[in-house]
Design a protein around this ligand. Structure first.
Ligand SMILES: Nc1ncnc2c1ncn2[C@@H]1O[C@H](COP(=O)(O)OP(=O)(O)OP(=O)(O)O)[C@@H](O)[C@H]1O
Ligand SMILES: [Mg+2]
Length: 510
């Protein structure tokens, strides 16, 4: 048996409902390396690593550690096999101290653990690896960079020889990243191995000794340290086709020549928005979307695209700058006022942001439209008969598979829920649509249906701001594409200038 690899995943498959998250994936890690794991949003990176960490069980496939097949059914099992993980979103309990967080989940408790000795051990680990932090401060008071150190030390303290870091630098500033990098290198020198999930080209170039690229649930390719170059990386991430994936799976639509309005329908003028824990916010964004055009936004998630959508719909988020719709400022106006300017919105998370899951289709159709005259009786009461008529119309026109409009919307499949959401966006005439990942996780026929709807709005002179995680899709249907990275607009490409390499490179900060 060969021990060349510390960890091998072989033929791993995983589906969630109708979504194939992993399709026959082989992935291996050599001892002492920092292996980069890259790929677009939704490629399957976290799912693959969650399987290695025992959070998900694979439908198919094997896990080998140092050449031996093992069963990892929970994080307890993975820790026993020396695998630790620092998740995309911090798992520390904010109200606990660093020390309490590190003890959390270890066998034993406050009373049975030899606290003093363990504390010394942790302090020693921190010092050895240059990962020092205050042990007795509540975690909620600590900055992101320190939280990460705590999570790494927690994994080391539990005996991890392989640590998976799932996008560890999203919330770090440059100096914190440099510090993390230094710690990783010193840990590698002491025999620790890492898998680093990232979207940033700079991190790969500076940190990784090899890398693997995933795309749509498959391994797209691997590069060794010597082979890693910007060009090869962008090609693997965005360009090289993995036979079955692109060709047959891309929606087919006709995009007639654009007929643009003379004046923009929506204009952002030097817009600034504060970032959150998972995002950069927006820094000085200016752009104009014209009637009759689909303006695509390409970005890796967390680079400001969420703020871009939500600030237009909820302009109170603006820190500085202005947003005009049809020439009128919507600064400081509430969302309902924005909708009155003939703006419509389909949010990123269809379950959490777009619907009331327990409500009927009918009730969900009314969401966001409840103040419109056409749905009111005597200016106060909802005219449910009218809502029902529109709900029925959506079910018919948008081919929603549902017995009737009274069924709870949560009972529908994702694709059917999205058809209702798209239908709802168009029940009143609009000039401007903001739509965020409208096709994510949907089957090809629904994607084509949605694409055709967007084209229809465009042909009627509507303006569309389309934020989408899939660059292939964006390139099919956009008249222009703007690239967001780090909260800044890094470039705007006209259709005839579309270049996957250039756009992809800007998306990952190159
Ligand atoms: N618990 C879940 N339930 C349903 N679908 C899921 C679940 N976890 C992941 N998926 C789906 O599996 C696919 C792969 O998701 P995954 O989170 O592994 O991607 P990723 O490469 O980590 O993306 P990102 O860069 O956005 O973090 C996506 O289509 C996602 O929607
Ligand atoms: Mg992920």
């Amino acid at each position: 048996m060969s021990n060349e690899y510390l960890v091998e995943l072989k033929g791993v498959g995983k589906t969630f409902g109708s979504v194939v998250a992993l399709d026959n994936v082989d992935f291996s890690v050599r001892k002492g390396e920092i292996q980069g794991l890259l790929g677009e949003n939704g490629a399957g990176k976290s799912t693959l690593m969650n399987i290695l960490y025992g959070l998900y069980s694979p439908d198919k496939g094997d896990i080998l550690i140092e050449g031996h097949k093992v069963k990892i059914a929970s994080p307890c099992d993975s820790i026993k096999h020396g695998v630790g993980m620092v998740h995309q979103i911090s798992t520390l309990v904010p109200e606990f101290t660093a020390l309490e967080n590190i003890f959390l989940g270890t066998e034993g408790n406050k009373y049975t653990l030899p606290l003093k000795e363990e504390r010394k051990k942790i302090e020693q680990t921190s010092r050895d690896y240059g990962l020092e932090f205050p042990l007795d401060v509540k975690v909620r008071e600590l900055p992101a960079g320190v939280k990460q150190k705590i999570e790494i030390v927690r994994a080391l303290y539990k005996g991890a020889g392989l640590i998976i870091l799932d996008e560890p630098t999203t919330s770090l500033v440059e100096s914190e990243f440099q510090q993390l990098l230094k710690s990783l290198k010193s840990l590698v020198g002491k025999g620790v191995t890492f898998v680093l999930i990232t979207h940033k080209i700079k991190e790969v170039m500076e940190a990784c000794s090899s890398l693997t690229v995933m795309r749509k649930g498959k391994i797209q390719g691997s590069l060794t340290k010597q082979e890693i170059s910007k060009e090869k990386l962008v090609k693997l991430m965005f360009m090289e086709k993995n036979i079955e994936v692109t060709e047959s799976a891309l929606p087919k639509v006709e995009l007639p020549p654009a007929k643009l309005s003379g004046k923009p329908v929506c204009e952002l003028k030097r817009v600034f928005v504060e970032g959150g824990e998972k995002s950069h916010g927006l820094k000085d964004i200016s752009l104009a979307v014209y009637g009759g055009e689909i303006f695509g936004i390409a970005s890796v998630s967390g680079n400001g695209e969420h703020e871009l959508a939500t600030t237009i719909i909820n302009p109170s988020m603006l820190a500085r700058g202005d947003i005009l719709v049809s020439g009128k400022s919507i600064k400081n106006r509430p969302t309902l006022d924005v909708f009155k300017e003939r703006v419509s919105y389909t949010p990123e998370d269809r379950i959490k942001e777009a619907i009331l899951p327990d409500g009927s289709i009918k009730e969900n159709v009314l969401l966001g439209h409840h103040a419109e005259k056409k749905f009111l009786k005597g200016n106060i009461f909802i005219d449910w008969a009218k809502v029902k008529t529109d709900a029925k119309k959506i079910i018919n026109e948008y081919n929603v598979m549902a017995p009737d409009e009274e069924i709870e919307i949560r009972r529908l499949s994702g694709g059917n829920i999205q058809r209702v959401i798209i239908g709802r966006a168009f029940i009143s005439p609009i000039d401007f649509l903001v739509t965020h990942n409208p096709t994510s996780g949907l089957d090809i026929s629904t994607v084509e249906f949605i694409f055709n709807k967007l084209v229809e709005i465009r042909s009627q002179g509507g303006a569309i701001l389309w934020i989408n995680e899939d660059l292939d899709e964006l390139m099919i249907l956009s008249d222009r594409i703007g690239v967001l990275n780090n909260g800044e607009l890094k470039g705007i490409f006209k259709r005839e200038e579309f270049d996957k390499y250039k756009i992809g490179l800007l998306m990952i900060g190159g």
